[in-house]
Write a protein that binds this ligand. Sequence first.
Ligand SMILES: Cc1cc2nc3c(=O)[nH]c(=O)nc-3n(C[C@H](O)[C@H](O)[C@H](O)COP(=O)(O)OP(=O)(O)OC[C@H]3O[C@@H](n4cnc5c(N)ncnc54)[C@H](O)[C@@H]3O)c2cc1C
Length: 292
Amino acid sequence: MQIEKNVSLKKYNSWQVGGEAEYFVLPENMEQMREAEAFAKTNNLQITVIGSGSNVLVPDHGIKGLVICTKKFRGLHCSQEENRLFIECMAGEPKFALMKAFLKENLPPAIFLSGLPGDVGGGLVMNAGISEGLKPREFVEICDWLEVLRDGEVHRYHNKDLDWSYRHCRGWEPGIIVRASFSWPLEDRQDNLKQKTKDFSKTRWQRQPLDLPSCGSTFVNPSKDKSAGYYIEKAGLKGFQIGDAAVSEKHANFIVNLGNAKAADIKQVIEHIQQSVREQFRVDLRTEVRFL
Ligand SMILES: Cc1cc2nc3c(=O)[nH]c(=O)nc-3n(C[C@H](O)[C@H](O)[C@H](O)COP(=O)(O)OP(=O)(O)OC[C@H]3O[C@@H](n4cnc5c(N)ncnc54)[C@H](O)[C@@H]3O)c2cc1C
């Protein structure tokens, strides 16, 4: 396993911005993951974990310490027991692979997972999901347990031991999520599921600016009846731009990189939106995106 120095993180995040990782590694299995963790401990380096980087803002000055990217940390195994489908997978498995495993058995988790970017690990940390009234629609509903590597040891946390909320899962930190298990009853098989997942992905393409680098929704919806995008649009901020970072004309909660945006530009757009919405509507918009 190669631990590299001064690696640009631009190609490891979906905004395609930010500086270098002081140290960077792509572990491919548990042994390498343990090795990477031990390297950080021995050299007194802080660890930052990223999956697909589809929900993070990497600063222009880069990240000190060791960045562990789980993109190659893959593996997925399906089994059936007591009329349930079980899927065990490593944290770097893309959500797309999880979606395909549910889809193969025509099970409804495939619908909310279709078109969700990123890896399983990031999906768990973010309790990723959709706001449409589907069942299931978030990771909390399909996860049985997850495993965390901490100081060389693996700890298992069952769903009920974790603190899940809208776009958050807590109670497992600190550490690196390495593996998780998901399941759904087989008796819940649905007809036309393949078509439903296709329709769902199509709607995303219609509503979201998926042709430009972004991090998806920048802000958490402040309430059930009004979305963050509603307030941003009402504040007249569609198209607002600093450098090459702009509020999307297609979906106001998306900040897109028009070419050469810097992380600082994106941060300034975020702050401007928060200030404008606070002044005009007395609403505080909290970021869904994580600042690394
Ligand atoms: C176009 C677009 C559309 C999107 N649509 C949606 C949507 O509909 N619903 C939704 O919920 N999200 C959406 N997102 C946001 C994002 O895809 C999700 O939050 C996703 O789950 C993040 O996964 P990731 O692998 O990219 O995580 P990253 O962005 O790499 O990481 C997210 C956080 O998790 C931590 N982390 C990641 N992996 C691990 C690990 N193994 N162990 C410990 N910590 C870890 C990181 O440190 C970071 O804090 C969208 C993003 C884009 C770009």
